[in-house]
Design a protein around this ligand. Structure first.
Ligand code: PMP
Length: 426
């Protein structure tokens, strides 16, 4: 059996870790089969416990935009390690990274570091509520903003109704303050504002959605959303945990030409270490403790190792802005070539792509919201996933995810990927 050691480890893991994993998607529940236990990563490749290698199209779900163990990041982190792991005090490094980000990203005067994307979004919502003195928020079906209670809400009967929690443990009291809209459907947003006048603190959105597969906003949708938020005194929060520093250094705000009031970060900002951040204009950010009334804190926030990895990664991106052209071009080639191979085989599919984010949906309908993503043929996706895995290509193990292209993926990796797709049959 090719995944022998992974299988054995997964068996053992289940005795000690719920479901054998520390984050559910890693369990391969959606695609079936044994999750692969990785041992090492370098450049474009992951290496598993059975001695196999894989071209990595997940890149730790986005952070490893440079590829794995980039020599400059490795060196910077190693030097930093010698100076201490965590101080629990302010450091010059925190000032450096905050200055670097706020000087280079639009509409961001101040930034607060946290430890994950979940914390970033959770804190941004609290700040928006504290700032506007309103309770309700709007999120979009299929968008993921981490696992804090307010975000684990699915649609009730239509977007106008209050949401129901979709995880036991989330109280009805919390759920009633999260209203659900439909991505790319501005009427669903307008209805919520009409039915909840002066009650909505914020609208949070993935500006390019990545958690129902990649879904791109249709022309005019984001502009209207911005207008409606301003008109109603609600903050527009861009969850750029995936898109931040991936769609270009200035993120989705620049790529879509939309100003957000608050922006959440994660993934790339930590260069592969556990980091999140939220940022915005001074007038909003100064509502935070210790100068304002909205409380937010963290023992390891601004951790020097994570800050050094993040700052080094961001500096590399900033010095070599052509990197974005390269990864976007790689993504475009993958899109066009995989798509033409699938078409030759008569396999119906739709591709959504923006920058270096891309998803393949099987079926021939357009995918512009969560409903459309659910209608895709996930059975075919699962076959596609397992075929490529066998051939040493590591895709996200679910049809509701986005592939993240790194700068380490070059012609050789593209060719190997296309050869593997070429032998796919359904
Ligand atoms: N927001 C978005 C858009 C995300 O993709 C994710 C994680 N995939 C999160 C928030 C939560 O981040 P974390 O897993 O670091 O808590």
């Amino acid at each position: 059996m090719i995944y022998q050691r992974s299988s054995a480890l997964f068996q053992e893991a289940q005795n000690f870790i719920p479901g054998g994993v520390n984050s559910p998607v890693r369990a391969f529940k959606s695609v079936g089969g044994t999750p692969i236990f990785m041992k090492k990563a370098q450049g474009a490749y992951l290496y598993d416990e059975d001695g196999r290698s894989y071209i990595d199209y997940i890149n730790s779900w986005g952070p490893m935009i440079l590829g794995h163990t980039h020599p400059k990041v490795l060196e910077a982190v190693s030097l930093q390690l010698e100076k201490g792991f965590s101080f629990g005090t302010p450091t010059e490094l925190e000032v450096e990274i905050a200055k670097f980000i706020t000087e280079n990203v639009p509409n961001v005067d101040k930034i607060r570091m946290v430890n994950s994307g979940t914390e970033a979004c959770m804190s941004a919502i609290r700040l928006a509520r504290g700032f506007t003195r309103r309770d309700k928020i709007i999120k979009f079906e299929g968008c993921y903003h981490g696992h804090s209670d307010s975000f684990l809400i699915k649609a009730g009967s239509g977007a106008i109704t209050f949401g129901n929690p979709n995880s036991p443990g989330v109280t009805q009291g919390t759920a009633k303050d999260t209203l659900l809209a439909i991505y790319n459907d501005i009427t669903s947003v307008k209805n919520l504002f009409e039915n909840n006048p002066e009650e909505i603190a914020a609208v949070i959105i993935e500006p390019i959605a990545g958690n129902m597969g990649c879904i791109v906003p249709e022309p005019g949708f984001m502009e209207e959303l911005r207008r409606i938020c301003t008109e109603n005194g609600a903050l527009l929060i861009f969850d750029e945990v995936m898109t931040g520093f991936r769609l270009g250094f200035e993120g989705a705000q620049k790529a879509l030409n939309i100003d957000a009031d608050l922006v959440c970060y994660g993934k790339i900002i930590g260069g592969g270490f556990p980091v999140g951040a939220f940022a915005g204009r001074s007038e909003i950010m100064e509502h935070l403790a210790p100068i304002g009334p909205v409380y937010q804190a963290g023992t390891l926030s601004g951790n020097p190792i994570a800050m050094r990895a993040g700052l080094t990664t961001l500096s590399i991106l900033h010095e070599d802005l052509k990197l974005y052209e390269r990864i976007n071009e790689t993504t475009k080639i993958l899109h066009e070539e995989i798509s033409s191979l699938l078409s030759e085989k008569g396999i119906a599919h739709t591709v959504n792509r923006f920058g270096s984010m891309i998803s393949f949906f099987f079926g021939d309908h357009k995918v512009k919201n969560f409903d459309d993503a659910q209608k895709a043929d996930h059975g075919v996706f699962n076959q596609f996933f397992h075929h490529l895995l066998k051939e040493g290509i590591y895709l996200p193990p679910s049809g509701y995810e986005t592939w993240f292209i790194s700068d380490s993926i070059g012609n050789e990796e593209i060719e190997k990927t296309l050869e593997a797709v070429n032998t796919f049959e359904i």
